[in-house]
Design a protein around this ligand. Structure first.
Ligand SMILES: [Ca+2]
Ligand SMILES: [Ca+2]
Length: 200
């Protein structure tokens, strides 16, 4: 079933503008095919774990957190984090550089460029896109295909099953998976509103 999304995302990422910024913005180019074996050696267990979108009166503290719920380090070089802006609009927010990885049990924090550290830890990566309140995020592994997604609106390529709930963003809530990072591929089941814990 996910192959529907793979085709969609594969097509769109080829067209989308890359907007990679931040402390590790080293390699914007797609990795060479010779890297494929190495990069795809371990691909299980990385989920979109938590996020908060941009809201009109509080636009700069949006973030998205990835978590490796597996037991192996996952090489993320060439993976893409795609922002769903509407059912027909999306943007590659981050393409991970060669050498990027996430250890077992580890987290990666990605934030808007205007992130203020008063809102949480320094991010691992910045992005330059504002995800609306009915948007979402999708993690795409170009070698294995679709990895995971979460959306707050219906009809998004990011949304798995029914949408995740909208939270009280201004009260510092975020929409997040449970402590185990459970992923049933139904966002309405897997995500709840909780006090935000960006990066941990
Ligand atoms: Ca999933
Ligand atoms: Ca967290």
């Amino acid at each position: 079933m996910r192959s529907i999304y793979v085709g969609t995302i594969a097509a769109m990422t080829g067209l989308a503008l890359l907007s990679l910024t931040g402390p590790v913005a080293a390699t914007a180019a797609a990795p060479a095919s010779t890297d494929a074996t190495t990069e795809s050696a371990a691909t299980g267990g990385v989920v979109v774990n938590e996020f908060a979108p941009s809201v009109p009166i509080w636009p700069v503290n949006e973030f998205v957190e990835l978590r490796n719920t597996g037991e192996q380090t996952v090489a993320l070089g060439g993976w893409e984090l795609v922002a769903c802006l509407s059912p027909t609009a999306w943007k590659v927010a981050v393409r991970f550089p060669s050498g990027a990885e996430i250890p077992p049990g580890g987290y990666l924090l990605l934030t808007h460029l205007d992130w203020a550290e008063a809102f949480g830890p320094s991010p691992d990566y910045f992005y330059d896109v504002e995800v609306p309140e009915d948007g979402g995020w999708l993690l795409f592994d170009p070698w294995s295909g679709y990895a995971d997604g979460v959306g707050l609106g219906s009809g998004l390529a990011c949304t798995e099953g029914e949408p995740a709930p909208k939270c009280d963003w201004v009260a510092d809530e975020a929409v997040t998976r449970d402590e185990q990072g459970k992923d049933t591929d139904d966002n309405s089941v897997d995500f709840t509103c909780r006090p935000r814990t960006p990066g941990f």
